[in-house]
Write a protein that binds this ligand. Structure first.
Ligand code: 4AD
Ligand code: MG
Length: 464
């Protein structure tokens, strides 16, 4: 086709690389066809940006394909670029040739009306062609790039941790099993399934986090980050949870909790700033149609100094605030989303980093504080969403870590390699995990995490 010779609509209307009088080849999908007197206007979008390019046809009789042209069809359109007579666009094309590549009949579900997000999830194979999901997917791509840029510019190395794993990195048991055993008739020993006969000669799962392997690399390369898919089988059917999500996990050797918090704050601010400056046209769309406050919210975060409070201080605020919560508050209880939102939206009115959580409610790998009761965990909470980052300083004392693994009911044999890096040249190290999809919710103002992922996976839903 004309792959290398066509012009992307973006380079006409945003980058202004094509000049008046030139004759670009446009390849895209028809958004609308409209007739006024004897003139036909065809709006084409090619996905390169939000905008459409209007083709103007003043002699319809010489275009045999016109009859079959409708919303959703794909076209090849060529003509002279002129300044638009009409309102709403700067340029248009005086169409010289218009070829229908693939038609779309009246059953095409994305006719010109607003659809509910629920409906659009059912047609996730077509929703990328809407304005909203076009913008979401473009921002996803840009932000993925920004993440690499942030870390690469700071000398971090990008590492790939395995997706199939035999260990539970969070010790929470929310893992999907990976197996090639015959589920109808699995091999057994002593009445139990014999995973020795499974593909890897051991029970295996999809990873919940790349952190443990990340630590191995950080204690060799210094500063590393992972950016990959993670999987959790927790049955949380909320607007902020999915079963498959992408996480960015930096890990830094010779780093303690304060420095970890500082990096997390800089990282979030960088991403928000990047979205505002590098994705301006799509951000304008979100501000206009999805959430009017989105720019203000991001700018607020960029300007603020994140509040830092201990878990004990946070609980104190929650216990004394007089607000009614669905879940109970009190020292030792985990912070629920409603509590996190109270702290960020009502009390501090800015992002809050809560640190030093009770050891009972956090993972086995976190440094135990001298009080023996709390661990060096930190969660970054933001208005509207609550937790967006979870991180910690890692326990680097061999004996303390070994005791914690046992205390958490995990099998020491599964973690011998993890303990080894505490045996040979152990160093303080720390890191965190940022949920990529929650970050995109925040940036776009989309209210449901299912609408920032092309094909989300949630309980009872793995279609497409
Ligand atoms: O707090 P979490 O569980 O931390 C970890 O996995 C650590 N290993 C990270 C580290 O220290 N390297 O998860 C980190 C972040 C959360 O703050 C949240 O943004 C996101 O991952 N997240 C989810 N996002 C979507 N759906 C889910 N079910 C999520 N669970 C966690
Ligand atoms: Mg967490």
């Amino acid at each position: 086709m004309d792959y290398f010779t066509r012009t992307k609509i973006r380079s006409i209307i945003l980058d202004e690389k094509i000049k008046i009088g030139e004759k670009p080849i446009i390849l895209g999908w028809v958004r609308s066809v409209r007739q006024s007197k004897n003139v036909i206007f065809v709006a084409v979008n090619d996905g390169s940006c939000m905008g459409t390019l209007q083709g103007v046809i003043s002699d319809p009789d010489s275009f045999p394909d016109l009859e079959k042209l409708s919303t959703g069809s794909s076209v090849r359109m060529v003509g002279e670029l002129v300044e638009s007579q009409g309102k709403g666009q700067k340029y248009e094309i005086t169409v010289e040739s218009l070829e229908l590549l693939g038609g779309a009949d009246e059953s095409y579900p994305l006719q010109k009306k607003r659809h509910s997000y629920e409906f659009l999830r059912e047609i996730a194979h077509l929703r990328p062609r809407t304005n909203t999901f076009g913008a979401v997917n473009r921002i996803r791509s840009k932000l993925a790039y920004a993440i690499h840029k942030f870390y690469q510019d700071r000398g971090f190395y990008y590492i790939h941790t395995p997706i199939i794993t035999a260990s539970d990195a969070e010790g929470a048991g929310d893992m999907f099993r990976v197996t090639t055993l015959d589920l109808e008739n699995p091999p057994r020993v002593d009445g139990k399934i014999d995973f020795n006969k499974d593909f890897f000669s051991t029970a295996t799962y999809l990873t919940v986090s790349g952190q443990l392997d990340g630590e191995l690399l950080a204690t060799a390369l210094g500063d590393i980050y992972t950016f990959g898919p993670t999987f959790r089988s927790e049955k949380s059917n909320t607007s902020r949870h999915v079963s498959e999500f992408w996480m960015i996990e930096p890990e830094m050797a010779f780093c303690e909790l304060d420095e970890d918090m500082q990096l997390a704050e800089e990282f979030l601010k960088y991403l928000f700033e990047y979205a505002l400056t590098e994705c301006a046209d799509d951000m304008e769309f979100f501000g206009k149609w999805i959430d009017k406050t989105v720019r203000e919210t991001l700018e607020g975060v960029i300007k603020s100094d994140f509040e830092r409070i201990t878990y004990t201080e946070a609980m104190d605020i929650l216990v004394k605030c007089g607000q009614k919560f669905e879940f109970p508050v009190g020292w030792g209880k985990d912070l629920q989303s409603e509590h996190e939102r109270y702290l960020t939206e009502k009390h501090f009115k800015k992002p809050v980093i809560v640190y030093d959580y009770p050891r009972e409610i956090k993972a086995f790998y976190m440094t135990v504080n001298d009080d023996g009761k709390t661990v060096r965990a930190m969660d970054v909470l933001v208005p509207k969403i609550g937790e967006i980052i979870g991180g910690s300083e890692r326990e680097h004392r061999h004996d303390v870590l070994r005791d914690r693994i046992v205390e958490c009911g995990l099998d020491l044999d599964d973690y011998d390699w993890y303990l080894d890096i505490r045996k040979y040249g152990t160093v303080p190290h720390a890191g965190f995990g940022l949920g990529f999809d929650r970050t995109l919710m925040y940036i776009t103002g989309m209210a449901n995490i299912r609408d920032v992922i092309p094909f989300p996976r949630v309980p009872r839903w793995a279609r497409f």
